[in-house]
Design a protein around this ligand. Sequence first.
Ligand code: ATP
Ligand code: MG
Length: 562
Amino acid sequence: MGETSKSLNFIEQIIEEDLRSTHSKSDLRFRFPPEPNGYLHIGHASSICLNFGLGLRYNAPVNLRFDDTNPAKEEKAFVDAIKRDVSWLGYEWDTERYASDYFQQLYDWAVLLIKNGKAYVDSQTSEEMAVQKGTPTEAGSPSPFRERSVEENMQLFQDMKAGKFEEGTHVLRAKINMASPNMLMRDPIMYRILHKAHHRTNTDWCIYPMYDWTHGESDYIEQVSHSLCTLEFLPHRELYDWFLDQVYNPAQLRPKQREFARRNLSHTVVSKRKLLRLVQENVVEGWDDPRMPTISGLRRRGYTPESIRNFADTIGIAKRENLIDVSLLEFHVREHLNKITPRVMGVLDPLKVVITNYPEGKEEWLEAENSPEDESMGTRKIPFGRELYIEKADFKEEANRKFFRLKLGGEVRLKNGYIIKAESCTKDDNGEIIEVQCSYDPKSLSGSGTEESLRKIKGTLHWVSVAHALPAEIRLYDRLFTHESPDGQKDRDFMDFVNPASLEVLTGYVEPSLASAQEEERFQFQRMGYFCVDRQSTPEHLIFNRTVGLRDSWVKIQGKDD
Ligand code: ATP
Ligand code: MG
């Protein structure tokens, strides 16, 4: 890991090269440009860490720019969620920008293009235009409106802006080259008519600029030096440069578009459009459902900003797409939570244990350390009594020698407590074990220094005192999709692979110190994994979400899991 953070990635190499030749350090400026049409996801985290990471590395400003050119899909609520998520990840933007702030400038430049004979109004249907586009190997054919006069184009474009036309009747196109081998250069659309209110400009505009026309010019307005985007924009670079050529003033800095590979995570989908379907079709509870690969879902699941940043740093950036196994993300959160979370005890699937030789009505408050990783986290007191809950799976009437938990006639240590021995058990009418009767060794209390307390016992169990336990709703999560690559399957819809058992809700019992646990507070439930207090949790109804188990149960990450 140290290696990757030291060696330069290929984007940094490009920047270093520019610093040696054309740019000074003060020229450097970056941006993260989300479209506010959904919540940010783990793929965006890579782009955020890349852009803001460069800002930190070169002490250069990074803008947060909302690419808000499609009022049909964009909302203020998404803007707010995106800002919250970027901040939560730990980054500060220099200025908050909106492509919509540039609508007037973009319009003025479009007029300039018309005057220079570089743009024209096309009045065909989109079907007609599609036919004329040609194919990658066959040149396109010109629109019958391609040679309209400047005056006519000016009048029509003004009328488009004035709201005189229906949607779909006219578009403004750049006049480039209908025979270009790059299909994107075959007179791309710059403006379309949309009679929709925009979340910021309201009904000021009824023509909206297209992405390609907007993005590069916005970079230019903001004097972004390196405009980093994902690989699908590689063929757009030629157009990005052509649009810049039309307005570029050599006294100013000229932005460069450079591309890196999109990051994909296994067992999920990273596309706002697809995540929106999960929300709309009620597969999940919302954008911040803890099963979602959104930043807000991961936060609600218990992920830390550090773990997401470390994950993004470890995978780095690449020139080719590949699938990153979600177990790597889990590795990073486990590693961080191990360091920062207090240990507590919670029983998810309770079985009652009665210690028959422990005095009735007696209670003891035992000392327990909060973290073996960090002494400064101190200690707390946990109540012990005659009746306890242990995990159902931790008891068997009979078991072989490899079962280091409780079995009849066998001993275990109760974490921070005594050594107990199972003497008998009681079953219900269905033959299910409902209670285990044990004896305990009063001299064996952990940390008491007696010979008995030092006795080596193979198994240690977590437990909670029945009299003091707090009931809690426990939410356990599994992969949201059963296929590692749900959206790459031929002839199949990604929704076909939704895991029907991705959420399991249990009622467990937790130790009383958790009564005051606050939203988003994180804990290690000993032996059971890392948990986080859900935002729906109240003191009367505690809810804990499992972030991740203690060990990787799907794929072993080589040599890193212990
Ligand atoms: P989506 O398909 O999820 O809507 P997008 O690329 O359309 O993704 P934008 O809001 O336009 O979403 O993305 C903002 C920035 O984040 C862009 O620069 C984009 O290239 C980058 N980005 C989006 N998805 C990923 C990903 N999976 N990996 C890396 N970067 C990404
Ligand atoms: Mg998009």
